[in-house]
Design a protein around this ligand. Structure first.
Ligand SMILES: [Zn+2]
Length: 340
């Protein structure tokens, strides 16, 4: 259960357990007993708290692609529920209390959404969800809950995501000359890796579960190269030849990848350069589906919000709120919950 907390003085809040509250009747990415609506911004595990409870007791709202990914990964029974509402980006959806909900692309992974809610009193509130950069459009709201993953002013990358993608491709080409290449990334990022590797002529291999997810991406319009199932005849043949790229994401056992080739972890870490090299067989590439600090500030400015609650669930909310107050003194900014 969520612990009672002192309320903020506005219409948006973040309660313990990352309960993002928009007005009195909508929560995002959480179960809350007194809220009839749950908006699901995307399918990463840290946003799925209480999902099974919500499917039984709340109306669920999400983008069609998020729905497709949930069906592929979690629960084949979802299509038969009438309390799940698939709302395309940019199409306003009226709730029964007179408020209106709008989802916009958050560029974090397939289906990820910014959530804007216009309350019956006309106040516009919103939640960024996890978001990448750049964005095609930024929601306009009066009050905002913003993800603070890279909310520290230390979190500035001095290279673009295009630089990171080019560096990844170059590194994979180079290391394939020495044997298999094992690439590890979060869901959402691993699909970007597949796109980047379209020019690779050696077989690309993945688990059956990841291949099922990739098929959802294709259904939603992404052009991706063929990926072989590691357990198939073609997969086993490629493995025996020793020239292939193997992809790993949540749920895939990595085994002893470095012993049989090169391991590349795709995760933003270094501020200065897109590739960090630990040894010939171990590298990290700064692919990230999260905005960095300055991009987060640009997002906040783009929303026009006059009150900003920084989601302090994973830390950095305090630094981000301080930076907002310093840069824009007219904006009221506060971290919630107060202790991460
Ligand atoms: Zn996420």
């Amino acid at each position: 259960m969520t612990k009672p907390q002192p309320r903020g003085d506005g219409s948006v809040d973040v309660l313990d357990g990352r309960v993002i509250r928009l007005g009195a009747r909508v929560v995002c990415d959480a179960w809350e007993s007194d809220c009839p609506y749950r908006v699901q911004t995307h399918i990463h595990d840290d946003h799925m708290a209480g999902f099974e409870t919500s499917t039984g007791l709340q109306d669920l709202i999400m983008s069609p692609a998020t729905f497709d990914l949930l069906v592929a990964e979690r629960n084949a029974a979802l299509p038969y529920r009438d309390n799940i509402h698939r709302i395309p980006y940019g199409e306003p959806h009226d709730l029964d209390d007179g408020s209106t909900l709008l989802l916009q692309n958050a560029n974090h992974m397939l289906g990820s959404s910014q959530v804007a809610l216009t309350l019956p009193n006309g106040v516009r509130v919103g939640y960024s969800g996890d978001f990448g950069w750049p964005l095609d459009s930024i929601m306009e709201v009066d009050e905002l809950v913003v993800d603070s993953t890279y909310g520290s002013p230390e979190s500035i990358r001095r290279y673009s995501q295009g630089d990171a993608e080019s560096a990844l491709l170059e590194l994979v080409f180079e290391r394939l000359r020495h044997g298999p290449v094992h690439v590890v990334a979060f869901r959402g990022t691993i699909e970007r890796v597949v796109q980047v590797l379209a020019e690779v002529t050696e077989p690309i291999m993945a688990s059956e579960g990841l291949i099922r997810t990739l098929s959802v991406y294709r259904q939603n319009g992404l052009a991706l190269p063929d990926v072989e199932d590691v357990a198939s005849d073609a997969g086993r043949h490629a493995e025996a030849l020793g020239r292939y790229v193997r992809l790993y994401t949540k749920g895939d056992a990595l085994g002893n990848a470095e012993a049989s080739g090169t391991k590349i972890v795709c995760r933003a870490f270094s501020r200065e350069r897109p590739v960090e090299t630990f040894s010939d067989r171990s590298h990290r590439v700064g692919l990230s589906n999260h905005a960095d600090f300055e991009e987060t500030m640009a997002f906040i400015e783009g929303t026009g919000a006059r009150r900003v609650v920084t989601d302090n669930t994973r830390g950095h909310g305090v630094e981000l709120a301080f930076a907002i107050r310093e840069r824009w003194p007219h904006v009221k900014a506060e971290p919630r919950p107060y202790s991460a």
